[in-house]
Design a protein around this ligand. Structure first.
Ligand SMILES: Cc1ncc(COP(=O)(O)O)c(C=O)c1O
Length: 420
C-alpha cells in the first residue's frame, strides 16, 4: 500500500472546470454523440499562418535547443515594444520573462512572492486556478468582497486585509464575470496596495477582449514611479488574443529588477525554459498582433451581441459582459442549484456549462495551509458560466437548448413544486 499524501496539494479538490470537462468527455464516450461545449474557453478561430510557419521553420532549421529561463531576447524585445505601444507599460526586456502559458507564469510568480504565513487577496468570484495556485505556492488566500456588479471596492479590500497580507490579485477583464476595471478603480486599488506595502499581480489574459471601453493595464498607472519602487507584476498570454491555446506561451512583466531576478530562479527550477520553436511562433504573433487581435475581438464580440441576446430576453443574463469570453447566468428561477443544473443540462440536452459556485469557493485552512474543508458563497448557488468564444453555430444551439431547458424546469417546478 502506498503512503497517504498529507501535502497541501493533497488537500485541494479538482476544480469545477475539471469536473465538467470530465463529465462531458464521459458523456461523449457513452453516447457517441458530440457535446455542445460551452464550458471551456477554447476559441473557434486559429492562429495566423505566419505563426504556424515560424514554428515549423524553427523546428526545420533545428532551432530547438534550450533557452534560458527568461526566454529568447528577440521575443522579450518584441514584448517590450508591444507593452509600450499597446499597454502604456514602460519596461525593459531584462524585466520580461517568457513562460509556457500564462497559467504557469502566474504559478511561478506566486511561488516567487510567497512567504510562510503570508496572505494573498483574491476576488471572491475568481478563476479557480488562482485559488489552487495560491495554495500550492504556500499562500493563505483571503477573498475580498466585490460589489453587486462584481467590481472591487478599495474600502472592502482594506477591511479584509491583515498585517500578513503580501499580494493583491486583480483580473481585468475578469474570468468568469466579464467585468472590466476602469482607471479610477485601478488607481484607487493601486494606491491602497502602495500604502500597505503589497505586491499587485495583474492577470490580463483577456486584454484584447474589451467590448465597451479600452483595456487599461494597472502597471501603466505607475510608469512615472521609479522602477525600484514599482509593485505591479503583469501577466499576459498568447492563448486568447492570438488563439494559441495549445502552443502554451505567455509572459510576465515584473515590477522591478529584484522581482525579475527571483522569477528567473523560480523558472529555472520549474521549467528550465519555454519551448524554443513556440517562442519563434510568438515573435511572429507579436509582429502581426494589431490585425489578429482586432479580428479576433470582432469575432467574439459578434457572438456576444448575437447569441447572448436570447439569454437577456429569458431573464437569465442582466447585461452583456463588457469583456472577456464568458457570461455568468442566473438560473435561480429553475429552483436548481448550479451543480444540479449543469449535470441535468448535460445529461438531457448534451450542452456542457460550468457550475458557477466553483468560482466562489470559500476555503477553510489548517495551520499548515491545507484545505480542512470548503464551502461556497451562497450568492453563487444559482450561477452558471458559459463561454461565448466558441463556434457561433454551436453557441446558438447551446443557448437555444439551455433556454428551452430552463422553460421546461419552470414547468417541472410548477408541477412538482421544486421551487420550494
Ligand atoms: C483569467 C485567466 N488567466 C490565465 C489563463 C491561462 O491561460 P494560458 O495558460 O493559456 O496562458 C486563463 C485561461 O483560461 C484565464 O482564464
Amino acid at each position: 500500500m502506498s503512503p497517504d499524501i498529507f501535502s497541501v496539494a493533497g488537500s485541494i479538490p479538482s476544480s469545477c472546470l475539471h469536473d465538467i470537462f470530465r463529465a462531458a468527455q464521459t458523456q461523449e464516450e457513452r453516447t457517441g454523440t458530440e457535446v455542445v461545449k460551452l464550458h471551456v474557453g477554447e476559441p473557434y478561430f486559429h492562429p495566423s499562418d505566419a505563426v504556424a510557419e515560424a514554428f515549423i521553420d524553427a523546428v526545420r532549421r533545428g532551432d530547438t535547443k534550450y533557452t534560458g529561463p527568461e526566454g529568447l531576447t528577440p521575443l522579450r524585445e518584441a514584448v517590450v515594444d508591444k507593452l509600450r505601444a499597446d499597454n502604456a507599460v514602460d519596461t525593459e526586456f531584462s524585466r520580461v520573462l517568457i513562460s509556457p502559458g500564462s497559467c504557469q507564469g502566474l504559478a511561478a510568480l506566486m511561488q516567487s512572492l510567497a512567504e510562510p504565513g503570508a496572505e494573498i487577496l483574491l476576488p471572491e468570484l475568481h478563476w479557480p486556478v488562482h485559488l489552487q495556485q495560491s495554495l500550492l505556492a504556500g499562500f493563505r488566500p483571503v477573498l475580498y468582497p466585490l460589489g453587486p456588479d462584481f467590481r472591487p471596492d478599495p474600502e472592502a479590500i482594506a477591511a479584509v486585509a491583515t498585517p500578513r497580507t503580501r499580494v493583491l490579485l486583480l483580473n481585468s477583464p475578469a474570468n468568469p464575470s466579464g467585468v472590466t476595471l476602469d482607471p479610477e478603480v485601478l488607481a484607487a486599488v493601486l494606491d491602497l496596495a502602495r500604502r500597505r506595502g503589497w505586491h499587485v499581480i495583474s492577470d490580463e489574459a483577456y486584454e484584447h477582449f474589451c467590448y465597451e471601453d479600452e483595456h487599461v493595464s494597472v502597471a501603466s498607472l505607475e510608469r512615472d514611479v521609479p522602477v525600484d519602487e514599482r509593485i505591479v507584476h503583469s501577466v499576459f498570454t498568447f492563448s486568447k488574443s492570438f488563439a494559441m491555446t495549445g502552443y502554451r506561451l505567455g509572459y510576465i512583466a515584473l515590477a522591478n529588477d529584484r522581482a525579475a531576478d527571483v522569477m528567473k530562479v523560480v523558472q529555472e527550477a520549474n521549467v528550465i525554459g519555454t519551448s524554443t520553436p513556440v517562442q519563434h511562433a510568438g515573435i511572429a504573433a507579436l509582429h502581426g498582433r494589431a490585425d489578429a487581435a482586432a479580428t479576433n475581438r470582432k469575432l467574439v464580440q459578434r457572438s456576444r451581441d448575437v447569441a447572448l441576446s436570447p439569454l437577456i430576453e429569458a431573464g437569465l443574463l442582466s447585461e452583456l459582459p463588457a469583456g472577456g469570453w464568458y457570461a455568468m447566468l442566473d438560473v435561480s428561477r429553475t429552483g436548481l442549484d448550479a451543480e444540479t443544473f449543469a449535470m441535468r443540462l448535460l445529461a438531457r440536452t448534451g450542452v456542457a456549462v460550468v457550475a458557477g459556485n466553483g468560482f466562489a469557493m470559500r476555503p477553510d485552512l489548517d495551520d499548515r495551509g491545507r484545505l480542512r474543508s470548503f464551502g461556497y458563497a451562497p450568492w453563487a448557488r444559482h450561477l452558471i458560466r458559459i463561454a461565448f468564444c466558441v463556434d457561433p453555430a454551436q453557441l446558438e444551439l447551446g443557448v437555444q437548448r439551455l433556454v428551452e431547458f430552463v422553460d421546461e424546469c419552470d414547468g417541472d417546478g410548477q408541477r412538482h413544486g421544486i421551487h420550494s
